[in-house]
Design a protein. Structure first.
Length: 176
């Protein structure tokens, strides 16, 4: 932490992290559990630090994350200059979600962020968790961080600081 940590307050780290998560659309999920590590890009939406995404329950990253009970995520802004590199590195867990208040809120946020998904549904059809999972043969997941690092070369070359995770409201149930 040291000198570089002093360049951004804890509040500024949180703000920049949440802004970056909201601005981007794709994250890379990394897992390990087979003969070699694995990484997979997926669309996501975040609500606070919790990250929601759809994926096949039979995909390698889901199977490995459920077996190992751990995963990592990277989200970063596209950049063509090393002085503009910024992103987050996050470790945590992936849990499948079932229908309920949390999943309804997250699916609505997903639909808002990715409005093009309406093209896959007939006019007037409800765009809820059941419709998504049946149409695409996927499940809905929540990635819950246990450690977050914010990186930003605009602050200083190789700037990296741990982001304090503050959760509001009740803790998650295993299936949401």
């Amino acid at each position: 932490m040291g000198v570089l940590m002093a360049k951004l307050s804890k509040e500024e780290l949180r703000k920049r992290t949440l802004n970056l998560l909201s601005e981007q659309a794709t994250m890379t999920i990394a897992t390990s559990g087979g003969p070699s590590p694995w990484a997979a890009p997926v669309y996501y939406v975040n609500i606070g630090y919790d990250i929601y995404f759809f994926s096949s329950p039979n995909s390698r990253h889901i199977l490995e994350s459920q077996t190992s009970k751990q995963a990592a995520v990277a989200v970063y802004a596209e950049s063509r200059k090393w002085k503009e590199i910024r992103g987050v590195q996050i470790s945590g867990t992936i849990q499948p979600l079932s229908p309920g208040r949390e999943s309804a809120k997250a699916v609505a946020a997903y639909e808002k962020k990715f409005s093009f998904i309406r093209e896959f549904f007939q006019g007037g059809q409800a765009l809820d968790l059941k419709a998504f999972t049946e149409k695409f043969d996927v499940s809905f997941y929540r990635f819950t961080p246990d450690k977050i690092y914010y990186l930003d070369n605009r602050v200083d070359f190789s700037f990296r600081a741990e982001v304090p995770i503050i959760r509001s409201g009740p803790q998650h149930s295993p299936t949401g």
